[in-house]
Design a protein around this ligand. Structure first.
Ligand code: ADP
Ligand code: ASP
Ligand code: MG
Length: 437
């Protein structure tokens, strides 16, 4: 069971989480995010330190500490546990204050980011102790690891985690940190923003869990982004492939990579609402449940690169040479369209963009357009479902669609639009594809 930032963001929410995890006696591992807002604050603190604004960082640290001090006042009742919680808060903020005095490094910034999940789990553990709920705190840094390419080492995670669990056979409730891990150098690192979902899915896969529950602040995956569109509805069932496409193409409810471990190890995933536990939520399994359009999602910060060359005409090996440039800079391509004399690809905006463009220049005329958004329409076999394309384009006549990718997957049609058209596109699709306004 994984609980996100909002689900643990207030003392009364943590109290509610303790109810949810003790409802059934089945053994479980509970993954917690940092309290909502904490990781954002830690990012800001890191940025201030990186840019030499130590006074500013000091103020930000103090403000965050005040938040935790008032949080624990309502979290626990008894003096004994309050003293313990106070000591934990003091310990972690002392660490941040010491960091202020050390010269900044990338590794240090990861240490700063790890404080959120360390705090939330330790404080939750003290609350469980006060309630007499038997449990054990599992330090994620002892089993969660990534390799030199930032990929989770599922084999090693499996071995280490089962060794730890084996030595605590008497326990049935484990609490651990989402998001944080160790990298190939043994330093503290993380699974990127929103990474607690990924932690949960990796753990679910590693222990062959009966289910991986992602508890959040909404009743499952909705058909559209609720932050952009007024009326959206929860989807009852999604296949792993559909959910993976939605997560990758911007549905914030799931970390982009969080589906593959569950899919590979066949662990069903449930998306559930902490604020409304009785709601059905979304079930993600092998089968899609139904055919047709399920949802749309949007991914911002996309750059379109067009490479035009008459040398491409009837030539072979041209695409390979182009793709090698992206491979060299470890940059993944999201969408591709080609004609006989040109190819367009999209990538996420990257600090390496200038170098990539420079290396592509010998291949032809290069045009670069940034500030684009990929809009993904996802659903089981939509590419083979009648009228999807006609409906799609009929409702988007006012949108300057820059690229279309169709047929690469049976479950996805992707469009590239200028980011300024994102909200409008999502709203038009809500009406045109789902009849919702
Ligand atoms: P948590 O802190 O629990 O991980 P997140 O904020 O990361 O929660 O993810 C949940 C949020 O994702 C929702 O509150 C909602 O605003 C946003 N979201 C974006 N797209 C979707 C979607 N298609 N369905 C549901 N939620 C979505
Ligand atoms: N706390 C981390 C973040 O805000 C991880 C997560 O919440 O999933 O990105
Ligand atoms: Mg999240």
């Amino acid at each position: 069971m994984k609980f996100g930032g909002t689900s643990v963001g207030k003392p009364e929410r943590m109290h509610q989480v303790s109810e949810l995890i003790t409802k059934e006696s089945e053994p479980k591992i509970v993954v917690l995010s940092a309290l909502s807002g904490t990781t954002n604050s830690l990012v800001e603190i890191g940025n201030s330190i990186a840019s030499g604004e130590r006074e500013q960082a000091k103020k930000q640290i103090e403000k965050l500490e005040e938040h935790y001090q008032s949080f624990i006042k309502e979290l626990v009742k008894e003096e004994k546990h309050y003293t313990k919680a106070k000591a934990i808060v003091a310990e972690h903020f002392e660490f941040l204050t010491i960091i202020l005095k050390i010269s900044f490094s990338e590794a240090l910034s990861k240490d700063i980011l790890a404080q959120g999940e360390l705090l939330s789990t330790k404080l939750f553990s003290i609350y469980l102790e006060e309630r007499g709920i038997d449990h054990m705190l599992l330090p994620a840094l002892e089993f969660m690891s990534i390799d030199a390419n930032d990929e989770p080492q599922i084999g090693s995670i499996k071995v280490k985690l089962s060794q730890i669990l084996k030595t605590h056979k008497d326990k049935t409730l484990f609490i651990t940190q989402g998001y944080i891990c160790r990298n190939a150098k043994g330093e503290v690192d993380n699974l990127k923003r929103g990474g607690s979902d990924y932690t949960a899915s990796l753990i679910g896969a590693a222990i062959n869990a009966s289910v991986c529950e992602i508890w959040t602040d909404i009743d499952g995956m909705h058909n559209n982004d609720p932050r952009m569109v007024k009326k959206t509805v929860a989807i009852e069932q999604l296949s792993f492939e559909e959910a993976a496409e939605l997560a990758y193409f911007g549905a914030k409810i799931l970390h982009p990579a969080s589906i593959w471990p569950a899919q590979f190890y066949k662990v069903p995933v449930k998306l559930l609402n902490t604020m409304q536990p009785e709601a059905k939520g979304t079930l993600i399994i092998e089968e899609a449940g139904s055919v047709g359009v399920k949802a749309v999602a949007a991914k911002d910060g996309i750059v379109a690169i067009n490479i035009k060359s008459s040398r491409m005409l009837l030539a072979y090996g041209f695409l390979r040479k182009i793709f090698e440039v992206f491979e060299k800079y470890r940059t993944s391509i999201d969408m591709i369209t080609t004609s006989e004399v040109a190819v367009s690809v999209t990538i996420e905006n990257t600090p390496n963009l200038k170098e990539i463009i420079k290396e592509l220049e010998p291949f032809g005329t290069i045009e670069v357009e940034d500030n684009h958004t990929i809009i993904s329409v996802v659903g089981n076999e939509i590419a083979e479902t009648k009228e999807v394309l006609s409906k799609l384009f009929a409702c988007l006549v006012t949108v300057p669609v820059r690229m279309v990718s169709y047929g690469g997957s049976k479950h996805n049609v992707s469009l590239l639009v200028p980011s300024s058209y994102k909200t409008q596109t999502l709203q038009l699709l809500n009406k045109g594809l789902f009849g919702l306004e």
